[in-house]
Design a protein around this ligand. Structure first.
Ligand code: PLP
Length: 395
């Protein structure tokens, strides 16, 4: 079907919730995506940080196809091998104790919030001590609770009333952080270590260490949202490993299934036994199809050489972009293969369109930042190709 016809059907039939790019994708191979006419594009988006192993990655396709022919769904009323093996690998890679499977990032965060509140209630039975602190400019999802957890007012418009029990602190405001975490009102603090959606902003390690220290001292749970930063994206399996943290709770999703929807909450020592039978659940969580994909992802990305390679490539790409030394670019920041190029709100959409014309797909973050979340398998040659396109666009 031609693009214009497809677009017309989309406009008639889908809720217009997304500002889609004017491009219909058909298939992919490695880090290349093809449109309906077969035109190739270098993919620096990976489905918003999902296709961590690129497209059509043979072992992943085989695992999912084999599992689809065997058993796709059994429910959590039964033991199934793929999710149990994947949980053991996740705990090993994360240094955590137990896993709860969800189906998306927002759901994984909902799980973390429930565990944090129940931990506090079980231990203190204090109705004043159930709040969750998050950071300004954070993004934690689109469900009613995770929207409220998201520290950006514009996401809150139109959807009142929210659930109570969330409060925010400005990144870098140590005084407010300290006052709040010592107040006896919080069950946990949830944060992304690189704020992705709001502009690819790595948190200052001093701020993060202080938060971890205050959490420890006040028995407030340290909850790290690794939905975007996790599964190798920043050059460590989880970004908190770059910060030397031992969180009480971790959420992940996106890259975990390499393209198949899956999310997970990982619990550390303190929180591993908080949820008991019947406290939480989801029909699809840990289904064999998604878990078979996660096993391939964990076996591949969990290798130290793979992670070192991501870290090196991230450094190479970031330095190459900085070396363009373009006046058009106000800042380049990020970690591993999660990179933000700040160009300003007036330029970002135009730049993305120009990059697409040159066969390069990238994302927007915040108001004026180009966000790169390529497959972690991106080659050096492809990075050079991307930088050459940027050089022309930023000239
Ligand atoms: C840090 C973070 N948390 C949570 C989410 C929500 O994930 P999902 O869209 O899978 O619900 C996202 C999505 O972009 C995210 O970046």
């Amino acid at each position: 079907m031609d693009f214009e016809t497809l677009k017309a059907i989309e406009q008639d039939n889908l809720m217009q919730t997304y500002g889609r790019f004017d491009l219909a994708l058909d298939h992919g191979d490695g880090c290349i995506l093809y449109d309906l006419e077969g035109k190739p594009y270098l993919d620096l988006t990976s489905g918003i940080g999902v296709n961590a192993l690129g497209h059509n990655y043979e072992p992943l396709v085989k695992a999912v196809s084999d599992q689809a022919g065997k058993m796709m769904q059994a429910s959590n009323l039964f033991y199934t091998e793929p999710m149990i093996h994947a949980a053991a690998k996740l705990n090993q890679l994360a240094g955590t104790r137990r896993v709860f499977y969800a189906n998306s990032g927002a759901e994984a965060n909902e799980g973390m919030i429930k565990i944090a509140r129940k931990y506090s209630w079980d231990k203190y039975q204090d109705p004043e001590r159930l709040n969750i602190l998050t950071l300004r400019n954070s993004f934690h999802g689109r469900t009613i609770a995770t929207l409220e957890a998201t520290g950006q007012d514009h996401f809150h418009a139109n959807f009142f009333p929210f659930t109570n029990g969330f409060d925010y602190v400005e990144v870098g405001d140590l005084e407010d952080l300290s006052e709040k975490l010592c107040s006896g009102k919080y069950a946990g603090i949830m944060m992304e270590l690189v704020q992705g959606e709001s502009g690819v902003r790595p948190l200052d390690p001093a701020f993060v260490s202080k938060a971890a220290e205050l959490c420890e001292a006040n028995d407030v749970l340290l909850m790290i949202d690794e939905v975007q930063t996790g599964v190798g994206r920043t050059g460590a399996f989880f970004c908190y490993q770059n910060y030397g943290l031992h969180p009480d709770l971790v959420s992940c999703a996106k890259g975990l299934g390499g393209g198949v929807p899956i999310g997970a909450v990982l619990a550390g020592e303190k929180t591993q036994d908080v949820l008991k039978a019947g406290d939480h659940g989801t029909t699809f969580g840990g289904n064999p199809l998604a878990a078979s994909a996660a096993n391939v992802v964990l076996d591949t990305i969990g290798q130290p050489e793979f992670l070192d390679d991501v870290a090196q490539k991230g450094q190479y790409l970031m330095e190459a972009i900085k070396a363009l030394d373009s006046d058009h670019v106000k800042d380049v920041r990020g970690m591993g293969l999660m990179i933000g190029i700040e160009v300003g709100p007036d330029a970002v959409l135009d730049d993305l369109a120009k990059l697409r014309e040159k066969g390069v797909l990238a994302l927007k973050a915040g108001k004026g930042t180009i966000r790169l979340l390529p497959p972690l398998t991106l080659s050096y040659e492809q990075m050079d190709q991307a930088v050459a396109a940027m050089k022309e666009v930023f000239a």
